[in-house]
Design a protein around this ligand. Structure first.
Ligand code: SF4
Ligand code: SF4
Ligand code: FES
Length: 234
């Protein structure tokens, strides 16, 4: 069944505006990502009223729910476009860019703050050999983070440029907190306390929305125990 796709755009404009396209899915597996690709492949892209339209700017890479680059707001919920089946929507769907990041154009946003925040937290192991693998379950959960930003979109306490870095930073940092031996994790524990623990209201909205299905509750419980209460990692 054909669907109306309403897209919040900025192309060739200083202001955001909605433009609606009619799309006929090719099969049951069609997603919002498929639709965006197919619309852009049209020789002449026209809106629902037949008016000529510019190609839609958006980001994608893997199209397999693995890279996080196609995160956007679909019917009010942050999701991966390559994981949002057209068949879920009844004849009409609204697609918008993530709102917690600056819009570059149309559905493309600048998520560089994600990496700046990780850098600020020193959320990486300088030498892999320094890490002791003692928290396999936590490590696995943490490593599945796509840095898509969906958790930040839904988080009531995160805003770009703020001191609270949100679950995108909290999830990846939990690996280091779990792996580094006692005595070597003071710096990361301090950064975690400042940039995550102090700002997290534990509403767990991030858990409901994470497209990778990461158990963010498990990560924050373990990180709080280790970094704040100086207990052993699970
Ligand atoms: S925790 Fe989940 S929602 Fe947040 S950035 Fe990682 S994968 Fe995306
Ligand atoms: S538990 Fe709530 S406040 Fe904490 S990171 Fe998740 S959504 Fe944000
Ligand atoms: S394109 Fe990689 S997650 Fe959608």
């Amino acid at each position: 069944m054909a669907i109306f796709i309403e897209i919040l755009r900025t192309k060739n404009s200083d202001k955001q505006y909605f433009e609606t396209f009619l799309y006929e899915p090719f099969g049951d597996g069609d997603t919002i990502a498929t639709a965006l690709k197919k619309l852009n492949e049209r020789e002449e892209l026209k809106d629902v009223d037949g008016k000529a339209a510019e190609k839609i700017e958006w980001e994608c890479s893997c199209l397999q729910k693995k890279c996080g680059s196609c995160a956007m707001v679909i019917n009010g919920r942050p999701r991966l476009a390559c994981d949002a089946k057209i068949s879920e929507f009844k004849g009409k769907v609204r697609v918008e860019p993530l709102k917690k990041f600056p819009v570059v154009c149309d559905l493309t946003v600048d998520r560089s703050i994600l990496f700046a925040n990780l850098k600020e937290m020193k959320s990486w192991v300088p030498d892999e050999k320094e890490a002791i693998i003692n928290g396999k379950e936590i490590q696995y959960e943490s490593s599945r983070c796509l840095q898509c930003g969906c958790c930040l979109e839904i988080c009531p306490n995160f805003y770009s440029g703020g001191k609270f870095f949100g679950m995108a930073a909290g999830a990846l940092t939990s690996r280091l907190i779990s792996e580094l031996p006692k005595g070597e994790r003071d710096e990361i524990a301090k950064a975690y306390k400042k940039h995550f623990y102090a700002g997290c209201g534990k509403s767990l909205a991030c858990k409901d929305v994470c497209p990778a299905g990461i158990d963010t509750e498990k990560l924050l419980v373990n990180s709080n125990a280790v970094a704040i209460w100086k207990r052993k990692s699970k």
